[in-house]
Design a protein around this ligand. Structure first.
Ligand code: PHE
Ligand code: FE
Length: 291
């Protein structure tokens, strides 16, 4: 889990390794915790077919997530390792950026091991095991997306040196967490923040409020985002190949310098040059803002 928050402690908490990982303690989950996972899993997998990119559902099966209960990270890692060389490791909560990027750069995805309370099925501030594993792991079984995540980690380490973390974090937000992907004339979901949320899985595709805009690297890196509610803009990639090509083959250093001189875009704004696939009414955001 990534959070660009400078209040995170600089050294790992007691009981955690130097790289911030902890044992998942899978045996310690109670029946009600497994039941919460099962409930969330059943609700998402009933709704997602036809909405999510097919590779996601293939990844669910490949990673063995379609068995009851909170996944055991060791078993999960064994399956993922065979597919794409990724592992899943537990961490106590948010980790510092350099630690997070270093794990990604080495094909290690760090996940929260706690699960939300039964009264928090629909909304949660901090990512739990359902978000981290159900949301992120299926696409880590996809070869191209797996490469993208590793490249992102390497790019993160470079961005830290260049003081450009805020810009790079926006790329993560609008792809890995809240990305949409083109499917013929329409779109499908792939972002982990969307697919692990019942409400946003419907909102992001069906609601008339948000703008759906063709993905553009510089544009995305200039766009602020909201962490407190559904997104006002979603960015639509053509394909995972195209996303990887655009990011891996571009040196971000000159982009960071160029963008530093330019103003940011607001979350619901349409920018000059945008390819707007579906213009939004922003009715939802306006209503929430009490206007
Ligand atoms: N090419 C980027 C850089 O020069 C690294 C990167 C790759 C970032 C893929 C994100 C995703 O920093
Ligand atoms: Fe996430």
């Amino acid at each position: 889990m990534l959070k660009t928050d400078q209040t995170i402690a600089a050294s790992p908490p007691p009981g955690a390794a130097a790289d911030w990982t902890i044992p998942q303690k899978w045996e310690a989950y109670g029946a009600s915790e497994h039941a919460t996972w099962d409930k969330l899993f059943a609700r998402q997998t009933a709704m997602l077919p036809g909405r999510v990119v097919p590779a996601f559902l293939e990844g669910v099966a490949l990673a063995g997530l379609d068995r009851p209960g909170i996944p055991n990270f060791e078993e999960l890692s064994e399956r993922l390792m065979k597919a794409t060389g990724w592992q899943v490791l537990a961490v106590p909560g948010l980790v510092p950026e350099d630690v997070f990027f270093d794990h990604l750069a080495h094909r290690r995805f760090v996940a929260g091991s706690f699960i939300r309370r039964p009264d928090q099925l629909d909304y949660l501030q901090e990512p739990d095991v359902f978000h981290d594993v159900f949301g992120h792991v299926p696409l880590l079984a996809h070869p191209i997306f797996a490469d993208y995540m590793q490249a992102y980690g390497q790019g993160g380490l470079r961005a830290l040196e260049k003081g450009a973390i805020d810009r790079l974090a926006r790329l993560y937000w609008y792809t890995v967490e809240f990305g949409l992907i083109r499917d013929g004339d329409g779109c499908k979901l792939y972002g982990a923040g969307i697919v692990s949320s019942y409400g946003e899985s419907i909102f992001a595709l069906d609601d008339p409020s948000p703008n759906r805009i063709g993905f553009d690297l510089k544009r995305v890196m200039r766009t602020r985002y909201r962490i407190d509610d559904y997104q006002q803009n979603y960015f639509v990639i053509d394909s995972f190949d195209d996303l990887l090509r655009q990011t891996i083959e571009t040196d971000f250093a000159p982009l960071y310098r160029e963008i530093a001189e330019q103003p940011d875009y607001e979350p619901g704004e349409i920018a000059p040059g945008d390819v707007v696939l579906t213009p939004g009414t922003q009715a939802y955001a306006r209503q929430k803002a009490g206007q």
